[in-house]
Design a protein around this ligand. Structure first.
Ligand SMILES: [Zn+2]
Length: 182
C-alpha cells in the first residue's frame, strides 16, 4: 500500500517536472524569436519543439495512466512501461529521470502486490463440473425402466414351454398352463 502510494506520487511528480521542463524550453526559445536571421532555424526548432511537446504530452498521459494502474495495482507491465518512458523526461537537474528510476525500482519491489492471478479463477470450474454432473441425472432413465414394463416381447415358460403373458399390474410374467406368476 505504502509503496504503491509512493509510486503514484513519484510518477505524478515526474509528470509535473516534465511540464515545467517543456515550459522552460518554450521560454528559452521565445527569446530567440527577435533574431530575424534565424527565422528558418526557428521555424524548424518550433516544429521540432511542438513535435517533442506532443511526445512529452503522450508520455505524460501514459505516466498518468500508469500512476492510476499503480494505485489500482493492475496491468503491472503497463506501469513498468510508463515508468521507463519517464526516464526520457529528463526534467530540471535530471530529476525526471532520477524519479523515474526510483519509480521503476519501486514498481519491481511492489510487483507482488499487483494482480497476477487474473486469468486463473479456479472458482469457476467447480460449478461447471457440478452442473455437468447434475444435468444428466438418472431420473429419466430410471423412470423409463421403473414405470414402463420390460420389453413386452414374448417369453416362453421355462417349465412347460407355453407362451406366457406379461401382467403389467404385477410386473410379472404369467403362465396360463402353469397358472403361476413367474
Ligand atoms: Zn408354464
Amino acid at each position: 500500500m505504502i509503496i504503491s502510494f509512493l509510486l503514484a506520487v513519484i510518477t505524478a511528480a515526474g509528470l509535473l517536472f516534465l511540464d515545467i521542463d517543456t515550459l522552460n524550453l518554450e521560454d528559452s526559445l521565445g527569446d530567440e524569436v527577435d533574431d530575424e536571421t534565424f527565422d528558418m532555424i526557428y521555424d524548424y526548432l518550433d516544429t521540432y519543439l511542438r513535435f517533442c511537446g506532443v511526445i512529452f504530452l503522450i508520455i505524460g498521459i501514459v505516466q498518468l495512466v500508469g500512476a492510476y494502474f499503480a494505485i489500482k495495482r493492475t496491468y503491472w507491465i503497463f506501469v513498468v512501461i510508463a515508468a521507463f518512458l519517464g526516464l526520457f523526461t529528463i526534467g530540471p537537474f535530471c530529476l525526471g529521470s532520477i524519479l523515474s528510476i526510483a519509480a521503476v525500482v519501486f514498481i519491481f519491489l511492489s510487483k507482488d502486490e499487483f494482480d497476477q492471478d487474473k486469468g486463473t479463477p479456479p472458482e469457476q470450474y467447480p460449478p461447471q463440473q457440478d452442473s455437468y454432473y447434475s444435468q444428466p441425472p438418472t431420473p429419466p432413465q430410471s423412470d423409463s425402466y421403473n414405470g414402463q414394463p420390460p420389453p413386452p416381447q414374448s417369453k416362453l415358460c421355462d417349465e412347460c414351454g407355453e407362451m406366457m403373458t406379461y401382467d403389467e399390474g404385477y410386473g410379472l410374467w404369467f403362465c396360463e398352463r402353469c397358472d403361476r406368476y413367474k
